[in-house]
Design a binder for this molecule. Structure first.
Ligand code: RRO
Length: 320
């Protein structure tokens, strides 16, 4: 990395100073303490833990993640992990010993019920930590459960209850939306809640089906092969959602997630309005060494274009 890079990429998220705008996507490299420690040591500017439930979960049967390797097809992944995690207390204990000087930590909660979320929110509040709370409204892979982000009434109630329980700023992880009326309605609900300080767009595109031509078989086992899509397939959908909520929620910060494997992709997310940019599939495939690579690529693009800070071009997307 050039000496210029840290200066060029330094930014702020909700007034927290960051060395750079890159972080992991929840679910990738963040399920156990050794992975969280590796992220702390990495060049990422921030980090988030695996979405957790009140009790530990094994998740769905394997194979439950497959990379789509980019040979004869776009690069990406399909997963139906089914929320495997060590349980809320494990991540709370990690959050109590995290080095916040090194980088901010987000804790992602994905309770199976509203009550479970409220129990975890209460405990996190009582712990009085500098960790940032994110509520995952968009896990696509728990059999029999639909995504809260696709049920606007349930989403409204979740935000009302978490706001009154937590009484501090927090964020939500949204599923992708595909209809202008849904962008409008979701944003209108989010804007009712001033404590919703940030919005992460997008979770994986839910319930895709990847098939192996030779064996005529699904690539993953759970849910007859249906799973969340990540990687190249989702970048344009992610950019649309980042930009849609950036335009509609001017008081909130946007975290971009989806299809980032290069400095170019990170630049596009920031141009669309993202303050932080998450890396999922590519981090899983490449490991935490991806952070300095993408930073170097992003800085090179900025130098070429004459930008001296990411704040200069955030949200400055031009239209025809
Ligand atoms: O664990 C998962 O199956 C999972 C979750 Br919680 C999520 O939010 N997004 C995803 O693609 N997989």
């Amino acid at each position: 990395m050039s000496n210029l890079t840290p200066h060029l990429l330094a930014t702020q998220f909700l007034e927290l100073p960051l060395n750079n705008p890159l972080m992991n996507a929840s679910g990738v490299w963040c399920s156990v303490a050794s992975q969280l420690e590796a992220l702390t040591e990495s060049a990422a500017g921030a980090m988030v833990s695996k979405s957790c439930t009140l009790q530990p979960r094994d998740g769905n049967p394997e194979p439950r993640y497959r990379v789509l390797d980019g040979e004869n097809q776009p690069f990406g992944s399909i997963n139906s992990m089914g929320l495997p995690n060590e349980g809320f207390n494990y991540y709370l204990r990690y959050a109590q010993r995290h080095d916040y000087e090194a980088k901010p930590l987000f804790i992602s909660l994905s309770g199976l019920t509203l009550d479970d979320n409220l129990t975890m929110v209460d405990a996190l509040k009582d712990a009085v930590l500098p960790a940032l709370l994110e509520i995952n409204l968009s896990c696509p892979n728990v059999p029999g459960k639909s995504q809260t982000g696709y049920d606007f009434e349930a989403m409204d109630m979740m935000l009302a209850e978490v706001s009154s329980g937590y009484q501090r700023g927090f964020g939500v992880k949204l599923p992708p939306y595909f209809d202008m009326a849904h962008f409008d309605e979701a944003a209108e609900i989010l804007n009712r809640y001033p404590l919703v300080a940030f919005v992460t767009c997008i979770n994986s595109i839910g319930n895709a089906l990847a098939i192996d031509l030779d064996s005529e078989t699904t690539l993953i086992k759970p849910k007859d092969g249906f799973g969340g899509l990540g990687g190249d397939f989702v970048l344009p959908t992610a950019l649309a959602n980042v930009n849609a909520f950036y335009r509609r929620c001017p008081e909130k910060a946007i975290i971009g997630c989806g299809g980032v494997k290069s400095g170019r992709d990170a630049f596009l997310h920031i141009l669309a309005g993202a303050t932080l940019v998450q890396i999922g599939t590519s981090l899983l495939e490449e490991g935490p060494g991806i952070f300095p690579r993408v930073q170097t690529e992003l800085a090179a693009i900025m130098v070429k274009k004459g930008y001296q800070s990411v704040d200069e071009f955030r949200g400055k997307l031009k239209t025809l």
